[in-house]
Structures are given as structure tokens and as C-alpha cells.
Design a binder for this molecule. Sequence first.
Ligand code: SAM
Ligand code: 2KA
Ligand code: SF4
Ligand code: MG
Length: 276
Amino acid sequence: MPVSDEVDASTTAPEGPALPINELFASLQGEGKLAGVPSTFVRTSGCNLRCWFCDSYHTSWEPTHAWMGVEDVVAAVDERDPDHVVLTGGEPTIHEESFELLRRLGDDYHLTVETNGTVVPPEDTPIDLASISPKLATSTPTPDRPPAGAGGDGVADAADAEAADADPKATDWTERHEANRIDVDALVTLVERYESQLKFVVTGPEDMSEITDLVEHVRDAASVQIPDHEVLLMPEGQTREQLAETRTTVAELAAEYGFRYTPRIHVDLWNDAPET
Ligand SMILES: C[S@@+](CC[C@H](N)C(=O)[O-])C[C@H]1O[C@@H](n2cnc3c(N)ncnc32)[C@H](O)[C@@H]1O
Ligand SMILES: Nc1nc2[nH]cc(C(=O)O)c2c(=O)[nH]1
Ligand code: SF4
Ligand SMILES: [Mg+2]
């Protein structure tokens, strides 16, 4: 579903600070060190990257949204009365108004921001957990790895390659995604400033050398420790079936390398249903 029924379906931005909202819902945090914690999710639309596997296709490859004033988002969160709020996307940090929203929510809620780690928020932005998911080389879209979301079957095959050639979306984004997916300085600032987790989407053993190199670089440059238990390996997969194929390998890699494994419990529970 492109835009949640729960969000006001305004197609034009209201006066004052506003955000393009794709979904706003209550669920359990499905990933990372707060997995299982009841949380209200605010999902902005729009992203500066294009992972081929993006499970939020309608915020990246085909962004759709309704505009909500920041005050209306705050009211919708207050109505659900959670302890924890998760701001996600798309990439929430590409919108200045996300920082205004966080400032408005900061006194009342524990705030997690799900981010690809390419943008540093203004210094006064309250964030209790920076959930950083740096994007690896295997996230880059190519004709062999076209977008898997909404309508795709998640299996890159000749038909997808042909479709990607015909529709230049995937190849248009190959270079742009590759050029922008990692910003070590931004990652260092984020881990120095906030309680953090580095949550890597893992497609297989070939991802491990890039993960260990990147973690080493960030550790060398940062003035804070990054313990192994804050480096999380998460299996790639938008559906139960896809996760069933990757999770054992990824769990075994976590055990082998001493990093933490995170499940995707919302996928186990509700598969790829919207607003979960
Ligand atoms: C949709 S993203 C939005 C936040 C931000 N743009 C990012 O990528 O971190 C939310 C989380 O889902 C993860 N994710 C997206 N598609 C996935 C997939 N197919 N399998 C596993 N994790 C996925 C991202 O890596 C990120 O941790
Ligand atoms: N339940 C649930 N937990 C999540 N944790 C991070 C999510 C995200 O899309 O950022 C997410 C999500 O989409 N659903
Ligand atoms: S960075 Fe996040 S929202 Fe953007 S395409 Fe990748 S997974 Fe999707
Ligand atoms: Mg999600």
C-alpha cells in the first residue's frame, strides 16, 4: 500500500513545517537492540539512495506520501501514547523538518532514528538511538540486481534484467547509489554523538570483508569505542520466504565474527504487510 490510511491524505503541503509521510503506525520494534519494544513508527518518503532490496519501495524507488504538518505528526504520535518512537523512511534525515519533529518529540519519548548514515543531523537534534544501516556494495542496483520491491519477486532473473534494461531506473541509480552510499566522516560523527548501532543488511559471506574493513575504519577514526555487540548483522529479506533463505547463514556469520545477529521479527510475525 503506497500511503497509509492512517495519514491525512493531503496532496499539498500545509502551511508551516511539514513532512511527506508514507506510514504512521504502532507496532513492535522488529530489528536491532530494542527488538520487541512497542513503538510508534513515523515513515517519511524520499531517499538519497536506491538499494535494490529496499523493503520500503514506496519511499525510495516510487516515493508516495501525504503531507502532514509537523504538529499533526506530533498529535498522531501523542494519540498512540507510546514510550518509544521510531523515525524511519525512506531516509528521514534528508528532510530538515525531521529534525524539527525530533525536537518536538524529544522531551516525551525515546527516539530511535533509522538512517543509512549519510547525513549528519544538526547538533541540537535529540536522538536516543541512532540505528545506522550503512549500505554495502551488494546493495547497489544493477541490471542483474533490479529493484525487488512492490511487484518484483525478489529473485533477480533474466526477466528482471530485461525489465531493468527497458526501464533505465536501476542503471540510472547504479553510479549515484555507489558514489553516495558510504560517508565515513558522517558515520564517525554519528557514533561519536549518539548511542548507536551499526546494522548491516547481509546477503551472504561476500559482505563480510567490507563490513570488517568499514568497522575498522570507523573505529580508527572515532573517539569512542564501538563494541562488537553494537555491530549487528541482519539477514536480507522482505518476506518470510526470503528470510528463510538467508538467516541461518547470517546468524552463523555473526557467531563466527563475534558480531550481534538481529532477526526481523516483524517479518516473522506479519510478513511484508504494510503498517507492521
Ligand atoms: C527502509 S530502511 C529506512 C531507513 C534508512 N533509509 C536505512 O536504510 O537505514 C529501514 C531498515 O530496513 C533495512 N532494510 C531495507 N530493506 C531490507 C531488506 N530487503 N532486508 C533486510 N533489511 C532491509 C534497512 O537497511 C534499514 O535498516
Ligand atoms: N516492526 C518494524 N520494525 C522496524 N524497525 C525498523 C523498521 C524500518 O523500516 O525502519 C521497521 C519496520 O518497518 N517495522
Ligand atoms: S537507504 Fe533505506 S530507504 Fe533508501 S533505498 Fe536503501 S533501504 Fe530503502
Ligand atoms: Mg521496515
